[in-house]
Structures are given as structure tokens and as C-alpha cells.
Design a protein around this ligand. Structure first.
Ligand code: ADP
Ligand code: ZN
Ligand code: ZN
Length: 805
């Protein structure tokens, strides 16, 4: 007879079948095992990690075939029942392995090496008798001690009653932050003895030992010691050799919040804010899952609405999840939450070390915090009583994960909102077309903030036609208008932000006389310039042509590929304004941890006049002294080979412009462009979203793109270009045979980045409206790939609703 059986999702990559496997639960494990616990199980010749997703009393597997679980890793589950359900949904929604969906919800620390420590929470007397002896000498005991003792069941009961808790201490050799310090011996006699024996010629040593006499036992930073005593490392080393002091390593405790935050109180809401909050409150009160789109111009006070809605949830004993794009997760941003909710806030972002991230996750898991502010993956915060979920800057493409599981945080938010019967608030000054279209159809409830909260006027925006500059003989990347505006600010000691629009990897070919950009004949998408072959290619359909010598529109010879780096701009700035202090922020200057914040802080402190940067500076900058924003090239993102190019350009220009004049001093924005007549640029001038929305929807309708159609992107790669092409064709033929005629299948074509890490990449794009067979068909394709193509070295990925094509 078989006792308890566990259904287990195993961690075996690239196995053709994705389903739970049955394993027998050994008798001693029966009272300990739960859904959501991790286990080790035998799978083929190996022992692999698995997750318990169901427990039952029977199995189809014959008794002599079923294998027992070899090890139970958690006696307290790491995943909640909600997460197990969510994983099943993600698996279908994003077409991934269930194991990938389960793993993505856990902090990576749980995949690293760690120790489990049991910590006593209350007094020892409250513990069951058999457990008491463990805690007599310390309130922290290694889990291994219990494993040996056979008292795991008692321990589990104590855990359930929260008499003790489990902590996972990540073993990260060298990753624990330590600093080297000097410790003077506390043995004064010894110091005196050394002092007496020192030769008179060792003047510096004498100096230092005299100081040590005054400071026995003191621990300090060596550099401070040298400067305070006017000595050096050699002098100290000589005394260390005689035993007067020693070097020690001191651990710096992980604290993502380096400084204390002052408490702030609630602001009196403006009328618009009050109306928005009222509607969200209703949904909280009535425990209704409702998705709101909070459309508010930059500076309209969306954050204040979030804060007050969260406060209301906390009052009802519920929790809140706030998502913010990674680059907006600045200390300035998180402080606004900490200043209201203090220690109840956990912050999760990729700048934290594995251990720090894990610390924050654990605070959530143990219910020590009630609010999570974090980037995309914080949507999986393991709260069990969620009262509100907020996505700030909901239009940002970083909410979509580019690796498996390819989920969109917005979709997960809505799923969790349904699960917890709570409101979801999507906030933006420039909502994604998809979201605004849903709001128009009343799928989402639209809330609007049209005025700035502090009644500041929006900055004045000037659009400079760079074609005219060239005609006037100005070949520089700075227009006369921009040069003048910069000079004025430098004189007044006001600050300037210069934005270089660089998105993606590719460049396009532009005529500097008439602004024409080479377009694909078939796709209405800009052609991408390939330096190596001197050719322009369309990576949607494969069309290619040589770079023409003259412009096809105006026959000018000033036609060339376009794209400038920040470094080049910096050099030019130095020539034009030698007296200006410039800070540059791009991928090169922000490689090390914390450098992003450092640059922002130093700019905020007025240590520079000009901040020059890429998209990184478009967000979160809120300094009163910024009165000029210059956009060097609005066109760059406009001509990307992406059907969302216009939308992204409009969003960027609105974001960037929103950085100027947020406080008392009025702001000015100068936008340089070769295509001032393009609607995305023209309409960004007045920052009117709706006219842009209407215009762009028209384009999408004509071209058959989202939100009118859905997209699925299939990518196939191989180290051999012929193989990659062959299997891409196979996939397309296979799909053509299975899918209905209403579906258009474009491709195969070489991908935008046609070779990556020595793999040649091909893709095909599926456009569809309603196609019930699509997901099952794609799953079949994946099965074919996993059971056969994968052995030939092919890699195939499916991305539903891709953000980058
Ligand atoms: P958004 O997130 O919409 O860009 P913010 O929340 O950053 O706008 O608000 C812009 C500024 O207005 C902030 O300095 C904020 O403190 C202030 N603010 C917001 N709401 C109010 C209010 N009701 N009364 C006074 N100041 C407010
Ligand atoms: Zn031209
Ligand atoms: Zn094309």
C-alpha cells in the first residue's frame, strides 16, 4: 500500500513534457511536508530540485515504480498556495515551464548556498519541553542540529505558532561586506613596554605609540589613524609586528537605506486628487478587484494619491505592492514612501546584493513589512493579504521580462488583484496605447489629473528644426537656440539637463537636408544601417538595399547614418562652454553599484551645471534649480525599426520635458529635430496626450498592430547560419499549416540583432485578432522543439506580446 503521494514539479531544463511527477512521501516526512515546499527527488540518474504542488492519497504509478522523495528542504513552505496557482497561470499565459514560473517568484538567494538558522522569538518557557534544551545557550540554533535530533515535527508546530522563526543566511564568500580596521590592543602594560623599548631614532613610531597609550582598545579606520597621528602604514605595521595593535575585518551590516528619513504627513489633496482617491477608496472598501488607469500629467501628484490609498489599506490590516521602473527607484523616490510608512516599507531592486534582496523578501514573507516598493519582480512579493497593487509609469517596457518566463508585471498585477479582490492602479502621464484603449472601453476605470499639484505651469517648449541650422551653415549638434539658452542658464547659475536620445542598438539613415529617413518599401518601418556590409535592412521582412549616395527625395548628398555617443557630445560641450561643469550619465559612467545615485546626488547638490545623459535621466529627477531641458535629437527613437517608435518618442519627450521647472522657477524645453512636422514631436510640445493617442491609434489600425492585433514572436537561433535559417523556415511552414487564414505570419527574417553571442538569429512574427488555437499550437511547436530540434543545437523562444521586435 502506498501512503501519502506528492506531485512534484522538477527542475529539469528542456524536458519535453512539463507536468508534475508523483513521488512517495517517506513516513517521517508526512507531518512535515506541505504544498509549496522544496524537495530533492531522484530523476533519472540524478537528484534534482523540485516543488511540492499537490499532496494526495493515491497514484496511477505502480507501487514498485514510485520513488520516494530523498530530502525535504523546507519544513516551512517558501511558496504560498496563491503562488502555486499563479505559476500554473503563468505557464499558459507566457508558454514557459512551470518550474521557471515557480523559480522566478523566489529570491535568487534561495538558489545560492545558505544556512538555515532557527531563532527563538519569545521566552524559552513557552517552547514545548523537548525543544527547550536547544535554546539554553543561544537564541539562534543551526537547523542541522534539529535534523539530527528527530524533533522536526515539534519544531514545525513551534514554527506554526511563531514561537520560533526560520532564517536563511546566505553564504556568500567575499560578498559579505567587510572593511579593514585597526584595533589597538587593550593591554596598556604591553603598550607601555613597547614604548619604553623603542629606539629614540624611531620618532614616528614613538609618536604613534604615545597616541595608543591614550586609546587602548580603540577600533578605527587606518586612513583616519594615519592622518590623525601624522604617520603611515609602515609605521603602524612596525608597531603591529611588536603586538601593539592588529588589523581586523569588520562586517558592515547590510542596510539598503543608508540615511534616516524624516516623517512627513499627508498633504491636503487637490480636488482632482480627492476625486481619484475617492474612487480607489471605494474599491478598497468594497473589496472589489477593479483596474484603474490614473492618467496624470507630470507633477500632478499621482504619488500622493498612491500614498493615501496605501495608508487606507494599512488601516484595514492589508498590504500594498508598488512597482516602479528600475531606473526610477532612486533614493528620492523610495524616501517618499519611507517618510510616510517608516519601517513598514521594504525596497526591492536589482542594485541590491543577493543577500540584501533576500533580507527584504524575508521581511515580506514574515509579515514584518506591509509595503513593498520595487522593480518588476516585486510583483511576486509573498504577501497574503494584499489590499492594493500600484504600477507607476505603467507604460514602461521594463515591466515585461525579456527572459523566460516572459511575463508582463501588469498582467500579473491584475491576476493578483483578482485573487485578493483588491484594486490595481496603473499610473502614467503617457499611458501605453493598450491601457488607454482599455480605459476608453471601460475595461479599466479612468482617473484623470490635468493640473500640476503645485499649480506650476508646464514649461515652454520650443522645437528647433535642425535642417534650417544646416542651411544656415551650422554643422554642430547644438542649434543656436540651444546654445543661447544654455548660456543664459550658466550666467544665472541655474541647472541644465541635456538629453541624448539613444535607444536600442541600431542606427538609421537620414538626409540632413530634408529629414528623409530610409524606409522599408513593404513595412513602413525604418531600415537599419549595417556598418559591416554598408547596407540597409528591414528586419521585419528581410528587404535590403545599399546605402544610396544621394537622398531619394531631394537628391542631397548629405545622407548618412545617424547616431552620436554621449562622449562626443561631452567633448563638443567642453569646446563650446569651457567654463561649464558637466556630469555625464550613461551606461559607461554608471557601471559600478551606486554610481547612478552618486551622479544624481552630486547634481542635486549643485556640483555641476549640466547633466548630460541618455534615457536614464528622463525619470525621477526633481530638482528646483533645473530650468532648462535640451533634447539633442528627438528623431533617434522616432526612426527605430519598431512599430512603437512614435509612442516611445512621445513618452520620452513628455518625460524629459517634465524635468524642467517643477518648482518655483519657470522651465524651458528645447527639442532639436530633423522632423518637426512628425505628430509625435508636434504633439509633445503641448504635452497633450489624447490627440496623440487618437493619431497613433489610427496608424496602428491601418498597419494592423496592437492594440488592434495581438502579436507573437518566434525566435530561432543556431551557431550555424544555415541551420538557423532552415529551422526558422520549418517553424513557419509548420505554423502556416496549423493556423487559420485569419492569422498573418510574417517571416522568417533575420532578427534585428542578427547574430548574438555567436548564434545566428531568425524570427517570425504572428499577427492575430482572435485565434483560440494559437496557444495550443505554439505549445505543440515547443514540444516538437524540446523533443527533437533542441538536440540539433537549435534554440527556440516564443514571446507573446513582445515589447521589442
Ligand atoms: P507625479 O508623480 O504625478 O509626477 P508628484 O507626486 O511627484 O507628481 O508631485 C509633484 C509635486 O507636487 C511633489 O513635490 C509633491 O510633493 C507635490 N504635491 C503633490 N500633491 C500635493 C498636494 N495635494 N498639495 C501640495 N503639494 C502636492
Ligand atoms: Zn533629402
Ligand atoms: Zn520590411
Amino acid at each position: 500500500m502506498i501512503g501519502l503521494v506528492a506531485e512534484i514539479i522538477v527542475d529539469v531544463a528542456a524536458y519535453p513534457v512539463d507536468r508534475p511527477f508523483d513521488y512517495a512521501v517517506p513516513l517521517p516526512m508526512v507531518p512535515l511536508i506541505e504544498n509549496g515546499s522544496r524537495v530533492k527527488v531522484p530523476f533519472g540518474p540524478r537528484n534534482v530540485l523540485g516543488f511540492v504542488v499537490n499532496l494526495k492519497n493515491h497514484t496511477e504509478v505502480p507501487a514498485d515504480k514510485i520513488k520516494p522523495i530523498s530530502q525535504l528542504l523546507d519544513i516551512e513552505p517558501v511558496l504560498t498556495p496563491e503562488m502555486l496557482e499563479l505559476a500554473k497561470w503563468l505557464k499558459n499565459e507566457t508558454i514557459c515551464y512551470e518550474i521557471d514560473a515557480l523559480q522566478v517568484m523566489l529570491p535568487s538567494a534561495l538558489r545560492a548556498k545558505y544556512e538555515k538558522i532557527i531563532t527563538l522569538q519569545n521566552s524559552i518557557e513557552q517552547l514545548p519541553q523537548p525543544l527547550q534544551p536547544f535554546f539554553i545557550r543561544s537564541n539562534k540554533i543551526n537547523y542541522k542540529e534539529f535534523e539530527k535530533s528527530g524533533l522536526l515535527h515539534e519544531l514545525k508546530l513551534a514554527l506554526n505558532e511563531k514561537l520560533v522563526i526560520i532564517e536563511y543566511v546566505v553564504k556568500q564568500k567575499g560578498k559579505v561586506k567587510e572593511v579593514r580596521k585597526v584595533q589597538v590592543t587593550d593591554d596598556l602594560e604591553k603598550i607601555n613596554k613597547i614604548a619604553n623599548e623603542l629606539s629614540n631614532r624611531a620618532k614616528k613610531q614613538k609618536q604613534l605609540i604615545e597616541w595608543m597609550k591614550e586609546h587602548p582598545g580603540e577600533i578605527m579606520d587606518p586612513e583616519t589613524l594615519y592622518s590623525e597621528t601624522n604617520t603611515s602604514q609602515q609605521v603602524l605595521q612596525a608597531l603591529i609586528d611588536q603586538g601593539a595593535a592588529k588589523f581586523i575585518q569588520e562586517e558592515i551590516f547590510r542596510d539598503p537605506f543608508s540615511k534616516e528619513v524624516e516623517k512627513t504627513s499627508f498633504l491636503n489633496l487637490t480636488e482632482e486628487q480627492a476625486i481619484a482617491l475617492h474612487k480607489i477608496s471605494n474599491s478598497i472598501e468594497q473589496q472589489q478587484s477593479e483596474t484603474f488607469l490614473l492618467h496624470g500629467i507630470t507633477g500632478s501628484g499621482k504619488t500622493e494619491v498612491y500614498l493615501q490609498a496605501i495608508a487606507q489599506c494599512l488601516k484595514k490590516g492589508k498590504e500594498a505592492i508598488v512597482l516602479v521602473p528600475e531606473i526610477s527607484l532612486t533614493p528620492q523616490m523610495t524616501e517618499r514612501f519611507r517618510s510616510r510608512f517608516g519601517e513598514l516599507v521594504a525596497v526591492m531592486h536589482s542594485g541590491l546584493s543577493v543577500g540584501e534582496k533576500y533580507d527584504e523578501w524575508r521581511k515580506v514573507h514574515q509579515g514584518k513589512v506591509k509595503v513593498v516598493v520595487g522593480a518588476r519582480s516585486a510583483i511576486f512579493a509573498p504577501f497574503e493579504n494584499v489590499g492594493i497593487i500600484i504600477l507607476d509609469e505603467e507604460h514602461e517596457s521594463t515591466y515585461k521580462q525579456e527572459d523566460t518566463p516572459r511575463y508582463h508585471a501588469r498582467d500579473v498585477a491584475i491576476w493578483r488583484g483578482n485573487y485578493h479582490n483588491c484594486p490595481i492602479v496603473l499610473g502614467s502621464a503617457t499611458p501605453s496605447l493598450e491601457s488607454f484603449a482599455r480605459a476608453k472601453k471601460n475595461v479599466y476605470s479612468l482617473l484623470t489629473l490635468q493640473k500640476r499639484a503645485l499649480k506650476q505651469s508646464l514649461p515652454t517648449v520650443q522645437i528647433v528644426d535642425m535642417r534650417d541650422e544646416l542651411k544656415k551653415g551650422n554643422r554642430s549638434m547644438f542649434s543656436q537656440q540651444l546654445v543661447q539658452s544654455i548660456e543664459t542658464r550658466l550666467e544665472k547659475n541655474e541647472q541644465i539637463v541635456l538629453f541624448l536620445n539613444r535607444r536600442g542598438y541600431s542606427s538609421f539613415v537620414l538626409c540632413r537636408d530634408c529629414g528623409t529617413v530610409l524606409q522599408c518599401q513593404n513595412c513602413d518601418i525604418s531600415l537599419t544601417y549595417h556598418r559591416s556590409t554598408e547596407k540597409c535592412k528591414c528586419h521585419y521582412c528581410g528587404y535590403e538595399e545599399r546605402v544610396p549616395q544621394t537622398c531619394p527625395q531631394c537628391q542631397s548628398e548629405h545622407i548618412r547614418f545617424f547616431g552620436t555617443g554621449t562622449q562626443k557630445v561631452e567633448e563638443e560641450l567642453a569646446k563650446l562652454f569651457p567654463e561649464a561643469r558637466v556630469l555625464r550619465m550613461d551606461v559607461d559612467t554608471t557601471k559600478t553599484k551606486g554610481s547612478h545615485e552618486q551622479i544624481l546626488t552630486s547634481f542635486g547638490n549643485g556640483e555641476a551645471d549640466i547633466l548630460l545623459g541618455t534615457q536614464m535621466i528622463a525619470k525621477g529627477l526633481d530638482y528646483p534649480n533645473i530650468t532648462l531641458v535640451g533634447v539633442l535629437s528627438a528623431d533617434t527613437s522616432l526612426h527605430l525599426p519598431d512599430f512603437r517608435a512614435a509612442e516611445k518618442t512621445f513618452q520620452l519627450l513628455t518625460q524629459v520635458s517634465g524635468r524642467a521647472g517643477r518648482h518655483e522657477k519657470p522651465g524651458e524645453v528645447v527639442i532639436q529635430t530633423y522632423t518637426p512636422e512628425h505628430y509625435a514631436i508636434e504633439l509633445s510640445k503641448a504635452q497633450h496626450y489624447e490627440p496623440f493617442y487618437e493619431r497613433e491609434m489610427l496608424m496602428r489600425h491601418q498597419a494592423g498592430y496592437p492594440p488592434y492585433y495581438y502579436l507573437a514572436l518566434i525566435q530561432i537561433s543556431h551557431t550555424d547560419v544555415m541551420q538557423a535559417a532552415e529551422y526558422a523556415h520549418k517553424a513557419v511552414e509548420w505554423l502556416r499549416a496549423k493556423l487559420s487564414f485569419n492569422v498573418s505570419i510574417i517571416g522568417p527574417t533575420a532578427s534585428g540583432i542578427s547574430r548574438l553571442q555567436n548564434r545566428y538569429r531568425y524570427q517570425c512574427l504572428i499577427k492575430y485578432k482572435i485565434e483560440p488555437d494559437l496557444i495550443p499550437t505554439l505549445m505543440q511547436l515547443i514540444k516538437l522543439y524540446r523533443s527533437d530540434w533542441i538536440k540539433k543545437g537549435i534554440l527556440l523562444t516564443v514571446d507573446l506580446e513582445p515589447t521589442m521586435i
